[in-house]
Write a protein that binds this ligand. Structure first.
Ligand code: OAD
Length: 249
């Protein structure tokens, strides 16, 4: 089964934790996944941060530390090759915060859930900034911009937590790509890779793309609950499936 790409095809790719599994990054909902061992409400909500910022920093610091030691796998590299051939007819949207797509070389990339390697302020509106420092209980970093105004502001990882809005610019960029594909004459394909399809708005992209005329492909280790939303299913580990999936004609 090959996803055929010609000189007019547009391709929107959505990736999830499964694409990084073969790099050694744990997924969220598989056996022994992150959400099996860490209560979401404690480490991935604004309420959890308010209650215990040190615990939240320890959780993301461990993930930062781990993410620094891993490397992109053949699945990440296959998506870079496709982008190189397609240029602006390609967009990669990832739910992953591990930075592996960027390190592999992906450029037309939207990190919709933020980045492990950026920090922002929990209290003020300053822009997220690059940061790989690690913290824990008793060592929660403070915002220098808040301090300069005589306020106490705590820094936090620049990750989108449950109950938080996604960056509107991110959603606009995806919507614009889908709209351009809808208007264009050529084929439009949507491909989801390594995602359980349970977290919105990412999980809704397949229906939005199909409403714009896309043919929907799924590459996943197992059939997720939303398998029925896709016309084609390439089952297997993404590090093996992706390098063999695309056919340029
Ligand atoms: P999940 O852990 O929910 O799903 C991972 C999916 O990848 C599952 O369907 C697995 O079967 C599949 N999978 C595992 N190994 C694979 C491999 N080697 N190749 C291909 N597929 C594989 O992760 P996500 O769908 O990414 O959000 O989770 C979505 C969001 O929920 C995350 O971004 C995170 C989480 O809460 C935030 O933290 C904001």
């Amino acid at each position: 089964m090959r996803l055929t790409i010609d000189s007019d095809t547009r391709l929107l790719v959505l990736t999830g934790a499964g694409v990084s599994a073969e790099s050694g990054v744990p997924t969220f909902r598989d056996a022994n996944g992150l959400w099996e061992n860490h209560p979401i409400e404690q480490v991935a909500t604004p309420e959890g941060f308010r209650a215990d910022p040190g615990l939240v920093w320890r959780f993301y610091s461990e993930r930062r530390r781990k993410a620094k030691t891993v490397h992109p796998n053949p699945g990440h590299h296959a998506l870079v090759d496709v982008e190189t051939r397609m240029g602006d007819r390609f967009l990669l949207v990832t739910q992953n915060v591990d930075g592996l797509h960027r390190r592999a070389g992906s450029e037309r990339l939207v990190e919709m859930h933020g980045s492990l390697f950026e920090t922002r302020c929990f209290h003020c509106e300053r822009e997220p900034f690059a940061d790989d420092s690690e913290h824990g209980p008793g060592d929660v970093p403070a915002c220098d911009l808040c301090a300069a105004k005589g306020r106490r502001g705590l820094l936090r990882p620049a990750i989108v937590w449950f109950g938080e809005m996604l960056d509107p610019f991110v959603m606009q960029r995806i919507a614009r790509f889908i709209e351009d594909a809808r208007r264009a004459a050529g084929r439009f394909a949507f491909l989801a890779v390594g995602t359980s399809g349970l977290v919105y708005p990412a999980a809704g992209l397949v229906r939005e793309a199909r409403a714009a005329g896309a043919e929907a492909w799924l590459a996943n280790l197992e059939a997720p609950d939303n398998r029925g939303a896709f016309q084609h299913f390439a089952q297997g580990p993404s590090g093996k499936v992706l390098p063999e999936l695309f056919e340029f004609v």
